[in-house]
Design a protein around this ligand. Structure first.
Ligand code: GLN
Length: 342
């Protein structure tokens, strides 16, 4: 025992067994807390209110063990992370064939808000760039905007196990300033790639970006995918098992904007980031990671979030294509942990 903190954690763990993995996560958090690179998104004033020092890391295993450190309850807007799951719902609503006729699955290598469609088919490149996400939102079934939004919120509830709200000021300013998104939406309408109810769909897109989540939610969503679409704590199915593979493969190739290739190479986990500062990463069959830290790099990905995922991937051999024996064995590091603070 080297200090008061250690003594305190000893006394609070008398009835519960903690694993070395909790200390490991604390160390990673401590290490990157002082990394002050990047800038908080400020394209709308509400996002600029985020504190650069907010920093949370949460890991949930496919068995439902929850490990968290830092600001894991702080709410923020899900932004682009929503795109992966709206894609899942569109697949459930229409099937693979039809969805693919409207949205391709090819990485663009360009920024998430680029106004570019595939020349041969007029399809947006993939569901993770804004154009593709708007075309995907267009596919969400429902009588009207309210019902379609309700279906999205119910879906997120299945993934996280709790109710979600919209950040209304964020929604309204996304809507008020979203001319570029509107422009690409109307370009797609011109080509007949989206339906006439486009204004309702744009509202839905701005609303899906404004859904409030925290780092724990992100980790739980990721763990649900890792667990084949079933939330490992509530045991509720969030998405049809057939489409889990679709969601995570597009996350791997397109989830980190135009840094997806570098991410796949370095981290090797299907992941999705959002300009609110969240990153969600999936290790299929094993675990989900959720990180939250608002300062972003040039490409729009959370600087500290990238570092944390890189470190976890390296230390525990979590890269999808890792064949070498990892430095640390995750099963051993989490073994015996009896705390479930979800
Ligand atoms: N609301 C943002 C937009 O449409 C979403 C961007 C993001 O997280 N990359 O521009």
């Amino acid at each position: 025992m080297s200090n008061i903190g250690d003594l305190q954690s000893l006394s609070s763990s008398i009835t519960a067994v903690t694993s070395p993995f909790r200390n490991y996560l604390n160390d990673v958090h401590k290490k990157y807390r002082s990394l002050n690179d990047g800038a908080v998104a400020d394209y709308i004033p509400e996002l600029a209110l985020a504190k650069p020092e907010w920093f949370g890391i949460c890991v949930v295993t496919a068995e439902g063990q929850v490990f968290e450190v830092g600001d894991c309850d702080q709410l923020f807007t899900i932004q682009s992370i929503s795109k992966a799951f709206v894609f899942g719902l569109a697949l459930e609503d229409h099937g693979r064939e039809y969805v693919n006729s409207k949205v391709s699955v090819e990485p663009t290598g360009e920024a998430f808000n680029s106004i570019v469609l595939d020349e041969a088919t007029n399809r947006p490149y993939n569901p993770m760039v804004n154009a593709g996400a708007i075309a995907t939102a267009d596919l969400i079934k429902g009588q009207n905007g309210t019902e379609r939004l309700k279906r999205l919120l119910e879906m997120f509830k299945r993934y996280t196990g709790r109710d979600h709200d919209i950040n209304v000021p964020v929604f309204l300013s996304e809507k008020a300033t979203g001319h570029r998104n509107r422009a690409m939406a109307y370009l797609m309408l011109n080509f007949g790639m989206v339906s006439e109810k486009l204004d309702e769909t744009l509202d839905l897109y701005f609303q899906q970006c404004s859904i409030l989540v925290n780092a724990k939610d992100l980790a739980m969503i990721a763990a649900t995918l890792a667990n084949g679409g079933i939330n490992p704590v509530t045991k509720e199915r969030a998405v049809d098992e057939r489409y889990v593979q679709d969601i995570i493969s597009v996350m791997l190739t397109c989830g980190m904007y135009d840094a997806s290739g570098e991410w796949a190479y370095r981290v090797g986990m299907p992941a999705k980031s959002g300009v609110g500062g969240g990153i969600l990463a999936v290790v299929p069959g094993k675990l989900g990671i959720g990180t939250f830290s608002p300062p972003l790099d040039q490409k729009g990905n959370s600087v500290r979030g990238i570092k944390v995922c890189e470190e976890l991937s390296r230390d525990f051999g979590l890269h999808l294509f890792s064949v070498a024996k990892p430095e640390r064995n995750l099963q051993e590091w989490i073994a015996g942990d009896s705390i479930n603070d979800w």
